[in-house]
Design a protein around this ligand. Structure first.
Ligand SMILES: N[C@@H](CCC(=O)N[C@@H](CS)C(=O)NCC(=O)O)C(=O)O
Length: 226
């Protein structure tokens, strides 16, 4: 059986992507959570990840002696291992679009990623309002994401018709738009609702809300309430 190593569901956006793909397509796997430490460079997180992956990061997928350490490569591998299922869209044009869309996320949007770290539990509306006024790179990234999302086919509401790896790649953006309450269009809000109703997305978000671990170095905008 596949083993997927991930970190906290509240904070780990790269972990979220392959986890959603496995769940959404009912592929059985064992989930191994390696929680981030409360303070940077403490605890056993680094040592535990390094024991499976010398790159020192999650997600990691293990399959029968094979170790994969990159979220997009993991999803590509899963798509190849499960050709009967449409992890990438079956339609060749939608599949090509889905790959472009996922690749753009995988290699870009650092303005959004750096300013608005994933933090599903948090409500950072005031921070979001300030960042929106001050940070042009953030506004540009969100505008580009909204453009990509607005080009989705209307039939099923997902980015390339049915739920695919492309949607999994943008799932952490959905949570960030909620956490920071960034001003987005009605069409964007509709896509967010479509995603939030997906059972795999719900399962991840519910689990994230249950977590209580506080990772200080990922809480850029909040003080821990003791
Ligand atoms: N390009 C990698 C990024 C992986 C990554 O940055 N993972 C973060 C967690 S979301 C991590 O493990 N950070 C721990 C660290 O840098 O010490 C991927 O796509 O999987």
């Amino acid at each position: 059986m596949y083993q997927l190593y991930i970190a906290n569901k509240n904070y780990s956006s790269w972990s979220m992507r392959p986890w959603l793909v496995l769940k959404a397509f009912n592929i059985s796997f064992q989930e191994i959570i390696l929680p981030f430490p409360a303070e940077r460079d403490t605890g056993s997180f680094k040592r535990d990840v390094l024991s499976v992956n010398l790159n020192g990061k999650v997600p990691v997928l293990l399959d029968d002696g094979l170790m994969l350490w990159d979220s997009l490569a993991i999803c590509e591998y899963l798509a190849e291992q499960h050709p009967d299922q449409a992890l990438w869209p079956k339609d060749v044009k939608q599949r090509a679009r889905a790959r472009c869309i996922a690749a753009e996320m995988h290699s870009g949007f650092s303005g959004l990623r750096n300013a608005c770290g994933m933090n599903i539990r948090a409500n950072l509306a005031e921070v979001g309002m300030r960042l929106w006024q001050e940070n042009a790179e953030l506004r540009q990234d969100v505008a580009r994401i909204e453009q990509i999302w607005s080009e989705r086919p209307q039939r099923n509401g997902f980015l390339c018709d049915e739920f695919s790896i492309a949607d999994a790649f943008y799932a952490p953006v959905v949570t960030r738009l909620m956490t920071y309450v960034l001003p987005v269009s009605e069409s964007t809000q509709q896509y967010m609702q479509t995603m939030l109703q997906h059972p795999a997305m719900k399962a991840w978000m519910d689990a994230a809300m249950q977590e209580d671990a506080w990772v200080n170095y990922l809480e850029t905008y909040q003080q821990q309430q003791l």
